[in-house]
Design a protein around this ligand. Sequence first.
Ligand code: 3H9
Length: 696
Amino acid sequence: MMTEVGQGAALVLTEQRGAVAVLRLNRPPVNALAPALVQALMDALQQAQARGDVAAMVLAAEGRCFSVGADIHAFGDAGPDPHVLPCALTSSSKPIVAALHGEVLGGGLELALACQARVASADVRLGLPEITLGLIPGAGGTQRLPRLIGPEAALALMLSGQPINSADALAVGLVDAVVEEGLLDCACALALRLARNESRRTVRAPWPVMPSVKPVTRRLPEPAASAIRACVQAASDQTMDDGLALESRWFAQCLASPNSVALRHAFAAERRARQVPGVPAGSKARDVHHAAVIGAGTMGHGIAICLAEAGIQVDLIDPDPAALQRAQRAIERHHLQTQAKGRISSEQAQRRIQLVRTGESLAAAADVDLVVEAVFENMALKCQLFQQLDGLCRTGTLLASNTSSLDIDRMAQATRRPGEVLGLHFFGPAPAMRLLEIVRGAQTSGQALVDGLALARRLGKVAVVARVGPGFIGNRMVGPYGRQAERLLLEGATPTQVDRALVNFGFPMGPHTVGDMVGLDVGVRAAAEASPSADPRDGAVARRLVAEGRLGQKSGTGLYRYESGSRQALPDPAAEALIRDEARRLGINPREIDDSEIVQRCLLALINEGAALLGEGVALRAGDIDTVWLNGYGFPRWLGGPMHHADQIGLPSVLDRLALWAQACSSDEALWRPAPLLIELAHQGSNFADLDRQTP
Ligand code: 3H9
């Protein structure tokens, strides 16, 4: 017999199997532990405790997984103390066995830890990812896990934030049994044996070592890591009650920390970015089995790798046989390296290599589901290609451009099917970068967007939809950011100083190191293709260096110099002399510049441009802009993205600082003019987060 507990939809389903009551979490999609679910489970537990015909219980779950932990969207909502439910499970007079499948994360794993035993299906993934949200496990995990598997393995799990599979979980004693099938039967049988005192956990010593998980604290805020260490120490030398009290104090402190607020914002923004107006929820995407990628350069072959990794057959097309050969070699190298790292088997590597076929003729694109063009950034060339594709490809083929800044609408107009045309802007190196900007043209159909979003998910990318506009979201903001980075050179800072200041702020690389990596000539060409700036300072440094043959890493010199065969950027007095010479030519006197000025000017430029494009509707939400910068440009995740960071600074302060720089650099007054949206929000006493809350 099945009974239901919980308001409205049944949040917990209870089923009697002989003398075992099976309690099932039932909150799709992922059984996130919102206060109402916790309360429903408490009630179901009490009812089962009170029944004379129940000798033991099994805690299981409906749906794709056991539970992913606390409901990230409901932190701060009133609910029971997080220790009450796990303590009730632990102190139950009737044994409780957790039956685990799919993801068992955070508070979900903490519930399982509070049961007397754990049985898992082979597909299980168990972990405590709280640190990735700037938190510590707060439902007893810091105390129960070290007591169960030892402090070393517990620390490894909590500091890495990474889940482990069933084999590793069994090896460290996190679960008692793993089953291929019959999870509930196995859990019920164990629960009955425990009730009859026929089975008892053995205490292990010495504690096992956690296989293969590395701490990720280097690029994450330290407070949560030190709090985890303190709590695990307490698990060794304090009572359970004292340990739980310490955990509560640290959890509350971490929860209120700006880092955790930013990390939770990043998590929510990435998921919200997938909700696009005009695309009805539940729309079905068309399947992509076969794709063509046109252009076998770095981006083209990188995209081919991404598609093959998702099991999609690819025709990589380029009229230049030498380019195709280079691409083929790079593709093979990539998959063989992934195999050498132990991430895929040799069969998988070979399969992925074979999925990409190279050829010189466009005819191979005739019968594919998707075309991604990744040719040179030249509008005439792209329009001509789209026209050819339109004549060649069958109806229903999605036609995408990987342009990083050009007008998708003009490419769409070159076809008779503008509804099927969109931008799929991959970031380089395409296999490594998580961001995919999906550019929605004026006539891009809802179906094409659904297909683009589904493809992004299949490729494991974070998708953000942008409207057409020069540079879309990310590269448009790079413009003013890069302009400040360049102005700072002309005014007296060195490339090393600018980069170091921004790396210390949290970027993995400074803009000048990136410039050298991408190629200074690429930037110069892109600037020439876009509308030229009237200000002679814009692009002056890059133009001068390129004219001197300094193209960046690929030529051994750029803003930095490189030893032969090395990618390490070394300060180069010759480049600095050229920059000073260029400054002299432009009549700019060098001065001392401190790091705080560098960070402030670059960030303000970024925030102001973000506000401008948000006001114009190029981005739908401030959170979408943050998602772009977190996943495509290395903005420090613990600061939540440029727009979240602006909210934290306070929009009136942002306005004040813009006014200050407008005054200090009078020749750049126009650059520091605040975006209308920024003024409007600041004057309303509002901010970007408020605005996003009102956006559909
Ligand atoms: C915690 O537990 C603290 C405790 O120690 C103490 C508490 C007192 N909450 O990512 P997906 C939603 S902290 C609410 O697209 P995937 C997500 O928004 C928590 N919702 O799928 C999405 O909904 P929608 C520790 C959540 O397959 C849907 O589920 N736990 C949560 O790419 C599918 O998610 C974590 O940090 C949540 N916790 O990845 C786990 N999780 O479709 C965080 C997911 O409406 N979650 N949703 O947008 C994840 O890492 C990934 O979501 C997961 C699935 C790997 C589970």
